[in-house]
Design a protein around this ligand. Sequence first.
Ligand code: GTP
Ligand code: MG
Length: 146
Amino acid sequence: MIMLIGPVGAGKTSLLNALQQTSGKAEKTQSIRFCDGGIDTPGEYAQIPRFYSALMVTAAQAELILLVQAANDYRVLLPPGFVSMFSRPVIGVITKVDLPETNQDKARLHLQEAGVREKVFPVSAFTGAGLAELMGHISERGCKNE
Ligand SMILES: Nc1nc2c(ncn2[C@@H]2O[C@H](COP(=O)(O)OP(=O)(O)OP(=O)(O)O)[C@@H](O)[C@H]2O)c(=O)[nH]1
Ligand SMILES: [Mg+2]
């Protein structure tokens, strides 16, 4: 089971929908949601420390965490070392790479500052770019995503 964590509007729900080939527009996520091998979380849970314990408890049920960062969002929204609270491996995902104005290097740096030490995957939920590589990595690690 994978778990998606990241700031409000980063593109977590859209990415999970794309990975699970669920069509339809992503609505704002209001609560932690389990769906077919994936755990979707509201961006507020990553941005508001009061919610951290809920994320930590839920993360214990995940095999792999995807920390999601939009390629066009330059704000620092997570504290340094954010991912160290999780007892599960964390990979980085830079999403929305289809947008014209993006800075993937900056996005990667944000993820690394948040504590991501593992691989970072650039993707687009809209065009499907990078999804095959990400899916391959997820299944290589033995995570189910269905
Ligand atoms: N261009 C582009 N837009 C995207 C992509 N993924 C998501 N979006 C848009 O970004 C906005 C936020 O997407 P969501 O998937 O709802 O983001 P989220 O991280 O689930 O947000 P919360 O549930 O509020 O935490 C929506 O308007 C999406 O249409 C992408 O790959 N490319
Ligand atoms: Mg969402």
